[in-house]
Design a protein around this ligand. Sequence first.
Ligand code: THU
Length: 132
Amino acid sequence: MESFELIKEAEEARKRSYSPYSGFAVGAAVLCKNGKVYHGANIENSSYPLCMCAERNAIYAAYMDGQSKDDLLALAVTADTAGPCSPCGACRQVISELFPHDAPIYMSNLKGDVKVTDAEHLLPFAFDGSDL
Ligand code: THU
């Protein structure tokens, strides 16, 4: 699957965002080695700290279907932002643990801007299980 196709999947996922409080809809899509694509959108709550981001929902959906870190090939995230939508700090921590460090992460927006990065660049010097 090409990067633009995965970004389209993230746009589709974004349509299922539940974001009445921020009004900021985010979509994400994870591509796996077997060709399966998992969608995530941000799901908010009136108790604000309970809001869950699109990226984490997409990665958790993959894991819940039996995929593991080595099965994940690429991640796309998109929102109606001025530049490519960048994952928040909490998502970076989760990506660092659950997503391969060298796999592409496509940050995008609805205008077609795309920036490619990876987990290592999103969160250098990450805290991880080896620190415990
Ligand atoms: N959000 C995401 O879904 N992903 C990010 O990486 C940035 C923030 C969501 C959380 C909340 O529902 C809304 O965007 C505003 O912060």
